[in-house]
Design a protein around this ligand. Structure first.
Ligand code: COA
Length: 335
């Protein structure tokens, strides 16, 4: 997609947060019939962080991630104009972003939620860049946060092994076109396959006794793992190639491949299809599992902490998941 860019987008800082409690594959094998060996060989996941107890929520994780990013650049939260919370597990269906706005005291910011499951952070970042590039706002905080441990069926071994909780934040600011860091993007949705991965609202069997009204609730994540796998390894490389082609960037010029952290086999298959060396893959899913909208900013923040990424490195970022929705953004990193 071509954008009429009037200004550029700069990435000022990142931050992340995960719950304290770590749940190993061995511990999961005491809950459902599985083994460390099965989970590790099929997914690459060794453990994941889970939000236990009643005192912490997704908001706490998101707030910690946001404050870490703000502290890194000594920015006062009052400078933020817009907060986008990418999440599919809010603690309020009317929106959770406003709670973050209040907690970090971003009193000048408008705040809203964006729901796009595991692609949420990429969509949030691109949405933010549009507000920045057209001059509507100067500073945007994008947070990807999910607590899917609350939404998996802990007796379904095909899904409960995959997911973990976490949050990642990014502060973006408008800048001159010359300093632009988000070089381009490519986004897609195919709702025909929404049933492959969903968390559906389910109505009760009996209606209200007076009104013919069926109420219900959201139940558990349901997934066709094989179909999701096939979708990811076929569509993500295409999205990346389309995006690179639109920018006239050669795949060999890519320094880092930062994909949604779903499964190590998906990540290496995508790299193989693009002939990208596997040592260019940023991967931390062994420690955190699939943290949905949090996975990309969490992995990016960790890679930056580890000083893996150098000035002017080109990073391909791709998200994919429920919807089905998937997309790519190409970033030039600048310190
Ligand atoms: N432990 C042990 N056995 C398990 C298991 C588990 N946790 N989960 C499933 N199995 C069993 C199945 O029951 C099946 O047994 P059967 O052959 O006796 O019927 C067997 O293992 C194979 O199951 P299958 O679902 O075909 O495994 P798979 O090789 O497709 O691997 C996934 C399952 C989920 C790891 C894989 O499909 C996958 O990674 N898909 C992508 C999922 C994803 O990333 N989703 C999020 C995207 S955002």
């Amino acid at each position: 997609m071509k954008s009429l860019m009037m200004q550029g987008t700069q990435i000022l800082a990142t931050g992340s947060a995960v719950p304290d409690f770590s749940l190993s594959n061995e511990q999961i094998s005491q809950i459902v019939e599985t083994s460390n060996e099965w989970i590790l060989t099929r997914t690459g996941i060794k453990k994941r962080r889970i939000l236990t107890g009643t005192h912490q929520s997704i908001i706490d994780l998101a707030v910690v991630a946001a404050l870490k990013a703000l502290n890194k650049i000594a920015m006062d939260a009052s400078e933020i104009d817009l907060i986008i919370l990418a999440t599919s597990s809010p603690n309020d269906l009317f929106g959770s972003a406003s709670q973050i706005q209040a907690k970090i005291k971003a009193n000048n910011a408008v705040a809203f939620d964006l729901t796009a499951a595991c692609s949420g952070f990429v969509l949030g970042m691109i949405t933010a860049s549009q507000f920045l590039q057209n001059g509507s706002y100067k500073t945007v905080l994008v947070i990807g946060a999910d607590t899917l441990s609350k939404w998996v069926n802990w007796s379904d071994r095909s899904t409960c092994i995959l997911f973990g909780d976490g949050a990642g934040a990014m502060i973006l600011q408008s800048c001159s076109k010359l300093d632009n860091q988000i070089l381009g993007f490519q986004l897609n949705t195919d709702g025909n396959y929404c049933n492959h991965l969903s968390l559906l609202y389910e109505e009760e069997i009996n209606p209200h006794p007076i009104l013919n009204l069926y109420q219900g609730s959201f139940k558990y994540i349901s997934m066709n793992g094989k179909e999701v796998y096939k979708f990811a390894v076929s569509q993500v490389p295409l999205s990346i190639l389309k995006c690179l082609n639109s920018l006239n960037i050669d795949v060999n010029d890519i320094d880092w491949l930062l994909l949604h952290q779903a499964n190590d086999r998906i990540l290496t298959a995508v790299a193989d299809k693009l002939s990208i060396d596997t040592n260019k893959i940023i991967m931390n899913l062994n420690k955190y599992g699939n943290t949905s909208a949090a996975s990309i900013p969490l992995a990016l923040d960790e890679a930056l902490e580890q000083k893996k990424i150098s000035n002017n490195d080109l990073i391909v970022i791709s998200g994919f998941g429920a919807g089905l929705t998937w997309g790519t953004a190409i970033i030039k990193w600048k310190y």
